[in-house]
Design a protein around this ligand. Structure first.
Ligand code: NGO
Length: 543
């Protein structure tokens, strides 16, 4: 359990935003005002003893919320009661790990006793990820049909407790949970986040920290962009220089780095413990300078280019006409598939500007069967739609609202022919776009993307001519040309990531910016308590 605790999101230095001192002073003033308001009879602040967090103040918005009845109060006598299953016990231990540091209560995880917090796996209409939460005077019961559902239910329970529950030192409490019932299942099966560990390398602990943040909002897919022009980040035994040389730098010329196979397995294991499936990406045939620099033979002219530390795109290509290219692809795909319990392997395919179109099509026709041979399903960036996607393949759309009709029509046609779509429109879902002109980090090639813009669209109706059933979900990519530590990742991901998570989870009928921004504001104190950085967007009514 110690590894798990070590990776819990911890307090860290802030890089941006309001000066902490002013914020604290303002915070104490608010506290005094809130206390005053309470004695004067005005409505008390949510998350206090008198007013628990309202049952619907959750992100992603649950499918159904029926508030009512008395609240439950977690006390030093509370037990976390699990059924006999290993999975319920695991979810119970995870919940205990979240609650113990801040409450200071023992919270034993046990199969015995009556009241308390109860976690049970049972039948019911909750599918692979849904759950039901019942809260009343004698306890809170989470019911799910599958382990991931219990885990997501635990995340909901977490948000129903006061923000101070996220702190890692004992807080005064009290710890009420509003009464009522939530029934909840996700809209889409693919709710992803992509992390680019190639442009800048991120350590296993940094990736775990991000995984914990994704889990808060019920995301279930972590797509790792493991190779690009600037760095190859995963050890491949049959081509060792990919990692040792191709991974030895990054944007700006820093030392880079790579994951050993043991490191990578640890990321996969940790993600699975948070019910996230890891999707590895090897970007091909473009975005391959790090590989081309590592092995001269992979180049058409037999000459290895130097390592690249800039941020241009579209200049590199594997040599489509050489057989060794396919030996390389076979070895890489085989070794990565062997490390991957998940279903998918991402083969990139974006911005192959240095690969003639016919070669691109030829390359994809040879490479997709290799992925299938090693038991995985292909996903590629949406340019795959122009190259005969394999049966069952998914395409990840990253165009813009203003992207031309011809390109969108190509994607729609593939979708009508059975290619599933994951939506990551760059001017909505890209977490590396600047919020506005003053954002100190990020890029702006897709425009500025403030919080409302990233939230206010419907994945089900986004691409014209696409059958609703073709949309498998959404994903928020975080490219790291300008980002090199966890604080910077957080500043760009929050507060936009929860919005993409909500688009992936919540029924379209719950979509409402005015309601969402209030729920989003309530997350701020949680991120403060977790020591996370975030953008204090003027569009959000932070308290
Ligand atoms: C594009 C490009 C990436 C960049 C990113 C930056 C895709 C799929 N290819 O998205 O190489 O890093 O933009 O926003």
């Amino acid at each position: 359990m110690s590894v798990e605790k070590g990776a819990r999101v911890r307090r860290r230095r802030r890089h941006h935003g309001t000066t902490p001192r002013t914020a604290r002073l303002f915070g104490s003033l608010l506290l005094v005002m809130a206390a005053g308001a309470f004695t004067l009879g005005a409505s008390p602040a949510p998350g206090t003893a008198a007013a628990p967090v309202p049952l619907d103040r959750v992100i992603p918005a649950p499918a159904s919320v029926v508030p009512g009845g008395s609240p439950y109060r977690i006390t030093e006598d509370t037990r976390i009661r699990v059924d006999g299953s290993r999975e319920a016990r695991r979810a119970g231990e995870y919940l205990a790990d979240v609650l113990r540091p801040s409450t200071g209560y023992p919270l034993p995880v046990t199969e015995h006793g009556r009241s308390g917090i109860r976690l049970r796996l049972a039948g019911g209409p909750y599918g692979a990820e849904g759950y039901r939460l019942d809260s009343g005077r004698s306890g809170v019961t989470l019911t799910a049909a599958a382990p991931a559902g219990l885990f997501h239910g635990v995340q909901t329970l977490r948000q129903l407790l006061p923000a101070a529950v996220e702190k890692d030192s004992v807080q005064p409490g009290p710890w009420p949970v509003a009464g009522g019932t939530i029934e909840d299942t996700p809209r889409y099966g693919w709710r992803g986040a992509m992390l680019d560990v190639s442009r800048h390398f991120f350590s296993v602990d940094e990736v775990k920290r991000y995984i914990d943040q994704l889990a808060l909002y019920k995301l279930n897919t972590l797509h790792l962009h493991l190779s690009d022009d600037q760095g190859w980040r995963i050890a491949i035994d049959s081509w060792p220089r990919l990692a040792t040389y191709g991974g030895s730098s990054e944007v700006g010329g820093g030392p880079g780095g790579h994951y050993t196979k043991a490191d990578y397995r640890e990321i996969v294991r940790y993600a699975a413990s948070r019910h996230l499936e890891v999707v590895p990406e090897i970007d091909m045939p473009g975005h391959t300078n790090a590989a081309l620099a590592s092995y001269a033979d992979l180049n058409c002219d037999g000459v290895a280019p130097p390592l690249y530390t800039g941020t241009a795109v579209g200049f590199s290509s594997l040599c489509v006409g050489k057989e060794i290219t396919y030996d390389f692809v076979d070895d890489v795909v085989r070794e990565i598939a062997a490390l991957t319990p998940g279903r998918y392997l991402h083969i990139g395919g974006d911005e192959a500007h240095s690969t003639p179109h016919d070669d691109f099509v030829r390359f994809m026709e040879r490479v997709q069967p290799v992925v299938a041979k090693y038991g995985k399903t292909v996903i590629g960036w949406h340019q795959l739609a122009g190259a005969n996607p394999a049966k069952g393949a998914l395409a990840q759309y990253w165009g813009l609202d203003r992207t031309g009709g011809a390109e969108k029509e190509l994607v729609a046609e593939a979708a009508r022919n059975g290619t599933g779509l994951v939506l990551s429109p760059a001017d909505r879902a890209y977490l590396d776009m600047k919020y506005d002109k003053d954002t100190p980090l990020g890029l702006s090639w897709a425009g500025y993307v403030e919080v409302r813009r990233s939230y206010d669209w419907d994945p089900g109706a986004y691409l014209p001519g696409v059958p609703a059933s073709a949309v498998r979900g959404v994903e928020a990519p975080l490219w790291t040309e300008t980002l090199s530590d966890s604080g910077q990742l957080e500043y760009m991901a929050f507060p936009r990531l929860p919005g993409i998570a909500e688009l992936g989870w919540s029924p379209a009928a719950t979509h409402d910016w005015e309601d969402y921004r209030v729920r989003l504001a309530a997350q701020g104190p949680r991120w403060d308590a977790l020591g996370m950085d975030y953008h204090r967007s003027p569009q959000v009514p932070w308290s």
